[in-house]
Design a protein around this ligand. Structure first.
Ligand code: HEM
Ligand SMILES: [Cu+2]
Length: 549
């Protein structure tokens, strides 16, 4: 009698899986409509996964366009205007269509109910609606991209966005629509965690991924309405000529920045908290050790969610806000470091004397620790008033947020993909190729963005399509790095597609995890578990499992 894991499910999942080999969620219903109108959280999770990866590819190709332009100091590929549009589209697609929904919508949807021992999320129809809203919001955004010219940057700062072309209205309307998807998904997850936990699964027996998704959902519900209203006001201003942000009409452009960052700083934690959750799972399972400081990690997610609401003004240091406000925001910004450091120390302590297995998931967790630490520490230079005045709007900022956003989210997304792929699709992938790809991603990523820190501190401004010759070498290293990074990602796409069709059959629990998703069949059956599992201990009690195996 080990376990979290309920002997009940171990048997149910395992045996039932073999008995009805065809009765899994992928094959139980067929045809386009069975996917488009499914209420199964796993299928919805996969549809999100497909969508975000698709948009990641679009955003990535645009990024390669940017890097191509910056290969030489002269503007030779795009005109200045086209360049503005290309990086705006890159930013908007990456932020609103890829990073924000990425892990919560795909892996959150797929694994939250499985980890809770539940049949589905609390409101399956609302879940389907959220996906459809995401889909339509994305279409509107893409439509405005194709038909018009948005050259404002993804932040749509006023007064420029008020005066620039009218397709800003359709683009921000697209983001407005996307916001509803985010809010509804957050609500759904909060209720699911409160109401759908398996018998015996109290709050401190929840996998840490669930704590992360839970804290994320709270931010989504509280912060997203603010951006929705902000963009709505922008649309009102543009469409009806009512002065809200545009000073020529009596409005206040800094007000826009306050509104924008009151949402957009907390939302960086919508991106990063789920990534933290994934890393907690990857590190415990692959170290075969119970996580160090479970409660500290769980509560630090909630603390980060809370502090995240207090620091937005660090984006306005050079906007003309009062010096006192700047000093207070700077002071508060440093507090985020405390709960973040708690997590990092707990992960390192978990690995200490662990029996580490270098699965591809674990390799990505280690890459995450490396790049995220660089991203977080460079945030301190931006959070300090004096240094930020020098670094603001230079490539240092670009490097910083790519290290945290792309380094934090993409690395853990890749880790999550490699960790949960066998469970999701019932097939394995090529281990050697996956390690080669991870190496390419690591080298390419660091080459791309490390070089940007250097040219940034030397004064290379962001968003310029032509630059002084002394920055040429830095940009060329960066562009070469982005090609290596892209090669690693395409290799990953290649072996995953191969796995879908030709991969060997995966075991139910290839990494010997103890949380509930590993206790059901591979791929899971439509209703997840034949009988509701009963939880009798924590999700990471590996000593027990080792003794029994
Ligand atoms: C947790 C993950 C984080 C993410 C996803 C993130 C994301 C971002 C983004 C997107 C920007 C650029 C905004 C723009 O376009 O102007 C930015 C800038 C900034 N970040 Fe972070 N960040 C994170 C962590 C931190 C930390 C830990 C700190 C400080 C301790 C920090 C301090 C700043 C500051 C002060 C700026 C403004 C810099 C400027 O414009 O001059 N960030 N961050
Ligand atoms: Cu911020």
């Amino acid at each position: 009698m080990t376990t979290t894991v309920i002997d009940a499910t171990t048997h149910v999942g395992g045996h039932a899986g073999h008995a009805h080999a065809d009765d899994n969620y992928l094959t139980s219903h067929k045809g386009f409509l069975s996917w488009a109108f499914t209420l199964d959280h796993k299928r919805i999770g996969l549809m999100y996964l497909g969508s975000i990866l698709f948009f990641f590819m679009i955003g990535g190709l645009l990024a390669l366009g940017v890097r191509l332009e910056l290969l030489t100091p002269k503007g030779d590929v795009f005109t200045d205007n086209t360049y503005n549009k290309v990086f705006t589209l890159h930013g908007a697609v990456m932020v609103f269509l890829f990073i924000v929904p990425s892990i919560p919508a795909s892996f959150g949807n797929f694994f939250l109910p499985l980890m809770l021992g539940a049949k589905d999320v609390a409101f399956p129809r609302l879940n389907l609606l959220s996906f459809h809203i995401y889909f339509w919001g994305a279409l509107i955004l893409v439509y405005s991209i194709i038909t018009g010219s948005i050259d404002t940057g993804w932040t749509f700062y006023t007064p420029y966005s008020t005066q620039s072309s009218s397709s800003v209205i359709s683009a921000t309307f697209g983001v407005f629509v996307l916001g509803f998807s985010s809010i509804l998904t957050g609500l759904n997850f909060i209720v699911t965690v409160h109401k759908m936990r398996a018998p015996g699964q109290n709050w401190f027996r929840l996998p840490l991924f669930i704590w992360a998704i839970y804290s994320t959902s709270i931010i989504q519900v509280l912060a997203t309405p603010v951006i929705a209203i902000t963009l709505f006001l922008l649309i009102v201003e543009k469409a009806l000529g009512i002065g809200i942000f545009d000073p020529t009409m009596g409005g206040d452009p800094v007000l826009y920045q306050h509104f924008f960052w009151f949402y957009s700083h907390p939302v960086v934690y919508v991106m990063i908290l789920p990534a933290f959750g994934v890393i907690s799972e990857l590190i415990t399972v692959n170290s075969r050790k119970n996580i160090f400081g479970y409660k500290a990690i769980a509560f630090s997610s909630v603390a980060i969610a809370f502090i995240g609401f207090l620091v937005w003004g660090h984006h306005l240091f050079v906007s003309g806000q009062s010096q006192l406000a700047g000093a207070i925001f700077s002071f508060l910004t440093f507090f985020v470091a405390v709960p973040t450091a708690i997590k990092v120390f707990s992960w390192v302590a978990t690995m200490y004397k662990g029996s580490i297995e270098f699965t591809t998931g674990m390799v990505y967790a280690l890459i995450f620790l490396f790049v995220f630490s660089i991203g977080g520490l460079t945030g301190l230079f931006l959070g300090s008033l004096a240094t930020d005045v020098h670094l603001h709007d230079t490539y240092f900022v670009v490097a910083h947020f790519h290290y945290v956003m792309m380094g934090g989210v993409l690395m853990s997304l890749l880790g999550a993909l490699h960790h949960w792929w066998p469970k999701m699709f019932g097939r394995t992938y090529n281990h050697t190729l996956s390690l080669v790809a991870a190496a390419l991603v690591f080298i390419g990523f660091n080459m791309t963005f490390m070089a940007q820190f250097v040219i940034g501190t030397r004064g290379m401004p962001r968003r310029y399509h032509a630059y002084l010759p002394e920055f040429t070498l830095g940009h060329q290293i960066s562009s070469l790095g982005s090609v290596i990074l892209a090669a690693g990602l395409f290799l990953t796409l290649g072996y995953f597609i191969h796995s879908l069709f030709k991969g060997a059959k995966a075991e139910d629990n290839p990494w010997h995890g103890k949380s509930l998703e590993w206790a059901t069949a591979t791929p899971p059956i439509t209703h997840n578990f034949h009988q509701t599992p009963i939880v009798t201990s924590g999700p990471y009690d590996f000593d027990e499992i080792e003794r029994h195996v």
